[in-house]
Design a protein around this ligand. Structure first.
Ligand code: SF4
Length: 412
């Protein structure tokens, strides 16, 4: 069933410099004219697709680095969203930012545009660690960015932190977390470094130029973060996320609750409760497709897949134009009922509140325990999972560490 969008994600595929571990859809050095063309086409997409968004829908500007766009460009995008009725008294409006790309004037402009939450890619407050993975900012710049954000009036601030960085120790991680918590920020996302295939970091590690923490140190780093944050006002509410109660990311909760969201821009993903829409990944393919798009036409059936559809290249875009007129800059992925159920279950279990079993029944007519109980019992016995009959199923702190093994139970 198609539902109104409850959140809106806007992608900016530009960065000042590519971090060595990054395989996100973001590109460095494309130039100001490409950026300007992208903003124009993004505004066009907003006009073409900005329907069916609920009043109060959350807004999230992510990337890449949205703050590499000028204030004038960001204003144009926000204005298009407002004119189209997409930005309508959002319950939350988040801007992702790289500490090396903001100053007080920009932060004040963001507040004036209506952003009330800032998510900073801090990653570490150790300059050597930052430098080793190619981040453009220093620890001092990151702390200054938080201070300036507070001065500009942001009360809801998140910092992303990475564990498992080359050279990182439990002491350096603890120092990063301590200093971040001391700033008074309201949210922390703590992710493990993933060595993605094809990234420069993977090559450096393969060549022996860079060494990553071994398994024991990785476990120690994880434990350091969990134990330290337990003693703070930030409470864990998802595998990787901690917030002062009431300051959780409403936008990200939409994803974990499997609610519909609209994705705008290159590489953005949309989900309307029925189908998933995967936009082309490259800036050129996206711009060409949006510029060619005429008025919206009826949606033709998408491609039925069980696995995720990969981003399409420019050539595939041309084919997509012919087959999916209402979504010419990507692919429509029609999900089977089992796909919906699997995603709902494993996304919901990522939250510390866990799966609401009554809701699982109402949305999917699935009695989770009848269907999966035999396999899940093993994890209950191991102290990884708690089953409250008729109410909820949730991971313990031990389970949150090994969640992926449990999520496999739901994959058919
Ligand atoms: S700033 Fe973020 S999106 Fe950009 S290259 Fe670094 S990790 Fe990737």
């Amino acid at each position: 069933m198609q539902l109104d969008y409850e959140g809106v994600y806007v992608h900016t595929p530009f960065c000042m410099q590519k971090c060595l571990y990054c395989d996100f859809a973001s590109y460095a050095g494309l130039g100001a004219s490409v950026q300007e063309r992208y903003v124009t086409d993004l505004c066009r997409e907003i006009r073409l697709r900005g329907q069916s968004v609920r009043s109060g829908a959350t807004i999230f500007f992510g990337g890449g680095t949205p703050t590499v766009l000028t204030t004038a460009q960001l204003t144009r995008i926000v204005t298009a969203l407002k004119q189209q009725g997409v930005w309508r008294q959002p319950a939350e409006a988040t801007m992702e930012a790289n500490p090396g790309t903001i100053d007080l004037a920009k932060l004040q402009a963001l507040r004036q545009l209506g952003f009330d939450r800032l998510s900073l890619g801090v990653q570490s407050l150790n300059d050597t660690e930052l430098k080793t993975v190619g981040r453009i900012h220093t620890a001092a710049q990151a702390l200054e960015a938080i201070r300036l954000a507070q001065q500009a009036g942001f009360t809801r601030i998140n910092a992303d932190v990475i564990t498992g960085l080359p050279g990182q120790t439990a002491a350096s991680l603890q120092s990063t977390l301590t200093r971040l918590v001391d700033t008074g920020l309201t949210h922390l996302s703590v992710y493990s470094l993933i060595l993605e295939p094809g990234t420069p970091l993977e090559k450096l590690v393969a060549a022996g130029t860079v060494t990553l923490p071994d398994e024991d140190l990785e476990a120690e780093l994880y434990q350091t973060a969990v134990e330290f944050l337990q003693k703070t006002t930030l409470q864990r509410y998802e595998v990787s996320n901690y917030a002062v109660p009431g300051q959780e990311s409403l936008h990200n909760l939409l994803y974990w609750h499997y609610r519909p969201y609209l994705g705008l821009g290159a590489a953005a993903v949309s989900f309307n409760g029925q189908d998933r829409f995967n936009a082309v990944r490259t800036v050129a393919a996206y711009c060409e497709a949006v510029e060619q798009a005429a008025v919206p036409a009826p949606v033709t059936p998408g491609i039925t897949t069980r696995a995720g559809v990969k981003d399409t290249a420019a050539a595939a875009t041309v084919a997509a134009v012919a087959t999916t007129p209402a979504y010419p800059w990507g692919q429509v992925e029609t999900l089977a009922e089992q796909d919906h159920l699997e995603e709902y279950l494993f996304l919901g279990l990522r939250t510390t509140a866990g799966l609401n079993l009554k809701e699982a029944w109402e949305r999917f007519h699935c009695d989770v325990w009848v269907r999966y109980g035999q396999e899940l019992q093993t994890f209950v016995d191991q102290g990884c999972l708690v089953y409250e009959p008729g109410r909820r199923l949730f991971l313990t702190s031990k389970g949150l560490r090994f969640g992926n093994r449990i999520f496999e139970v739901f994959i058919d």
